[in-house]
Write a protein that binds this ligand. Sequence first.
Ligand code: CYC
Length: 204
Amino acid sequence: MIGHLTPTDLFNCASYLAGDFHNQEQALENPPFFAQIQVCYRPLPWSVFQGIGFYVEQAYIGHLEDPYRTAVVELVLTGETITIRNYRPNQVERWKGGGREQASRLDSMQKDDLTYLPDCDLVLYKDGEDFRGESQPGARCWVQRQGRKTYLTSRVYLSAQEFQSHDRGYDPDTHEQVWGALAGPFRFTKIQNWMEFLPSSGSP
Ligand code: CYC
């Protein structure tokens, strides 16, 4: 039965996401198609959104100190779905390392340090105990890559054991795929669980 999601669903979804992940197994099985990536979702203090948020660092294995993408996401209950709102840090360098070694850096983060990307929301549905979802339908989340303007579609699957993501950029005129994995989603396994760092509602 479809029904409104509860704060417990939101907390479960957040606990699946909280942690450090790698796709080593997939990268070793299929090296030409999948680089070895480590991605972490470090819970942010409650004060940033008055709710649940994460600082994200995505890096190639061996280059954790120099992530190729950093981001911030906010998880919001939206009726029968969970919306993941995407933000970009205004000063990328200021937060680097905040995902793992220097998490205390994030204590000073404020909403003003972030720019909301209004067309880059993801919408997640509950599927049994798991969650799956994709970019908000019809939205144009623009990403500049390889000198080209592309629109992003992102798909996600999240369970207690696994985080799968499939980001693809498309040419707005031809709808050809310009970047992103060609052999299905990235399959990430959790190597550190950080659910203990999730803020509880109403915490200072
Ligand atoms: C960009 N990936 C993005 C963007 C979103 C996501 C919304 C556009 C906004 C931004 O630039 O930050 C994806 N957002 C997500 C996902 C969630 C979310 C999955 C669920 C929690 O909230 N992405 C991958 C691969 C890797 C990748 C591991 C190789 C294809 O999942 C790359 N994603 C990637 C790149 C960009 C991106 C390179 C563009 C970053 C930029 O150029 O600024």
